[in-house]
Design a protein around this ligand. Sequence first.
Ligand code: MN
Length: 317
Amino acid sequence: MSNLERDPGETECGGRGGAAGPVSEPLPGREVVLGGPRGMKVTRTLPGREIRTVGAWCFLDHYGPQRATMRVPPHPHTGLQTVSWLVEGEVLHRDSLGSERTIRPGQLNLMTAGRAISHSEESPRDGTLHGVQLWVALPEAHRWTDPRFEHHPVLPVLAGPGFTATVLMGELDGVVSPARIHSPLIGAEISLEAGAEVRIPARPDFEYAALALEGAARVEGIDLARGPLLYLGTGRPDLRLRAERPARLLLVGGEPFEERIVMWWNFVGRDHDEIAGFRRRWTAGEGFGTVPGATAAPLPAPEMPTVPLKPRGRRRA
Ligand code: MN
């Protein structure tokens, strides 16, 4: 038997066991409901069952568009950055550094937890919410860094025939986001015009994945609509995108993140005992500060699992 595909390797291999080269693998998300009767329904594609990280991106929730109220009481984070991006609606962020910022579509809220931070998020009024919440794992050299909050009301844009790409994090074809990053990565929102047929320059040493925020597009020959995260692997000099109708994509990527991490609740750490220590400190009210102006009591941490948490690599072993 011979493989008669003209472009072999793009749809096979499944990305399992490494990211050595281009693949096109849709990663289905899980539906998760975040708290309360008017709670938000999200599609969580990272961490996935098979693929846990894309670059250092380790968490990806896509919510809406839906009429919902976001009410996330104060809760802690360690070892990560939270990246908040909206397509529609407004979200008010407050944190233990005293930051208080509303983001609107096209603006970036970036919170670097470093060794410890706590924050709350709420939508100021009932209305339509549509956006993504992502986390970036901090590498060993930076994970105990001072907590920090950045609000970027305006972000740089890469534009070409048929598309504009807003660079949230990292660099795309020489266009650099002002957001502080701690490992080589990219996060961008790409708007495609009707009939667009574009090639976005890519780095062969980066792995990439794409998510449809609005509409549908053809990404490296695969139809992508709302739902899955399309994992694209490494080794690509560019990314080929097409759209019949206007569409909006989220592109994430980066140098494959080789550190083994433990993600539990809102913490990123390196082993069970470290996570248990974070939980103990949060429960004791030590080290995570308080959130001025918060309208709800801090979230209690869930119980630790009875089975020890194991550090995991980027792929299911
Ligand atoms: Mn959070």
